[in-house]
Design a protein around this ligand. Structure first.
Ligand code: FES
Ligand SMILES: [Fe+2]
Length: 416
């Protein structure tokens, strides 16, 4: 039924506005896929935890006392109270604030008051899995942790799910000679007033910058006139490159709706003394060169995450309602890389992705207009018909092939 709402060239607008479609997407798309929940550097010690919401479920990402990451449902087995009230912290045990049921960091029930008050075989007992905090499978890829909420026997393991899209995470981890990254420099968050798909459908959209970002492009050009502009000005001005340039950017579509795109802002990394050599020693010359020179812009890990490896950005999207989407982003710091790279990447995030930057509000307004138009008028829209592909297996930032690829994945989850 839902699959019929999507055809090449004519998507039913309700796909973006209907509460029924949205509820089905949460259960069929988000709950069935691997979802990014955090980087292991965010929970370095046993007992370190973070609250995360995935597919509408309140979760706790926590490092168990054996060092492994776990994801637990933040719902007490007694009467359902949220056990953890803070966004992050460290705890040897998780104690529910209501009546004191207490759980280990793997969710096992360790203590409850007056256990003698319960009778019968199914009475709550310490260590009984039936009375633990519910836990979900977690897998990591280069220390990026993903969780899966439903149908573990049917879904592929994480590495298989990511497939070639995992390269974006490899490129970031390979920027460190030890392979170790840490989330640093704070978190940016914005609630977009649009459906979650509107955001994903912009990730490789090379047609929009000259229009949507016109004001910031002209301001950057004026500021750059007659001088050596700082990099912040260059980054903003880069949105004003001719459309033909976007037509030269390779967009790769991968299985499961994932994709990535080559970059149009270039940095001369690898000139810092000793850095390239350290990477070569760790990874070999070829892999080190790739980490330093492969310029990936946005990558999409469908449906809930994206990255921008060139500037070490990781993002998670959380659908809140058919017309509300939370997007959070973090900068990753590579151990052993020059400090100047990290500082530049934080400046990049602030210049381009901050809700108060010159660029992000332009996109947010375009997304809001899309949502506004779709909500006010039923009927089909031409969503992803455009094709500028130079060959059968190649796609560019002027093509909507990646949107078609996202909808293929969407249909496969929604029709099941
Ligand atoms: S609801 Fe948690 S102990 Fe009662
Ligand atoms: Fe944009």
């Amino acid at each position: 039924m839902f699959g019929e709402m999507v055809r090449v060239g004519a998507v039913d607008g309700r796909v973006y506005t209907s509460r029924e479609v949205f509820a089905a997407e949460i259960e069929r798309v988000f709950a069935r896929c691997w979802n990014y929940v955090g980087h292991l550097s965010e929970i370095p010690q046993p007992g370190d935890y973070r609250r995360v919401t995935v597919a509408g479920r309140p979760l706790i990402l926590i490092r168990h006392e054996d060092g492994t990451p776990r994801v637990l449902l933040n719902r007490c087995a007694h009467r359902g109270a949220a056990v953890v009230g803070r966004d992050c912290g460290r705890a040897r045990r998780l104690r529910c604030p209501y009546h004191g049921w207490t759980y280990a960091t793997d969710g096992a029930l360790k203590q409850l008051p007056l256990p003698g008050g319960y009778k019968g075989d199914d009475a709550p007992r310490c260590g009984d899995p039936a009375w633990s905090l519910e836990s979900y499978p977690v897998e990591t890829y280069r220390d990026f942790a993903f969780v899966r909420l439903e149908e573990p026997e049917k879904a592929p393991p994480l590495a298989e799910f990511l497939g070639p899209a995992g390269e974006a995470l490899d490129l970031m981890a390979d920027r460190s000679p030890t392979g170790r990254l840490s989330v640093a420099g704070g978190r940016l968050a914005i609630v977009l007033r649009c459906n979650w798909k509107v955001y994903l459908e912009n990730l490789h959209d090379g047609l929009h910058p000259p229009h949507v970002h016109e004001s910031s492009i002209s301001a950057a050009r004026a500021a750059a006139a007659g001088g050596q502009p700082p990099e912040e000005i260059r980054w903003v001005a880069a949105n004003g490159q001719p459309l033909a340039t976007f037509g030269e950017l390779e967009v790769r579509c991968h299985p499961h709706g994932h994709s990535d795109m080559s970059g149009f802002r270039k940095e001369a990394d690898g000139r810092d003394a000793g850095y390239r050599e350290a990477l070569e020693e760790a990874w070999g010359a070829k892999r080190a060169d790739r980490a330093l020179t492969r310029n990936l812009h946005n990558a999409c890990f469908y449906p809930g995450a994206s990255a921008h490896p060139q500037y070490m950005q990781m993002r998670r999207l959380t659908p809140l309602a058919p017309n509300r989407t939370l997007v959070e982003s973090w900068t990753l710091k590579a151990e052993g890389a020059p400090e100047s790279h990290f500082l530049r990447n934080v400046r990049y995030a602030n210049t381009i992705h901050s809700p108060s930057s010159l660029v992000k509000p332009d996109d947010a307004e375009a997304y809001r207009r899309v949502q506004q138009g779709l909500e006010g008028s039923p009927g089909p829209v031409s969503q992803h018909r455009r094709d500028e592909n130079p060959g059968p297996d190649t796609s560019t930032a002027l093509s909507e092939e990646y949107v078609r690829s996202q909808y293929l994945a969407w249909q496969s989850y929604m029709e099941d």
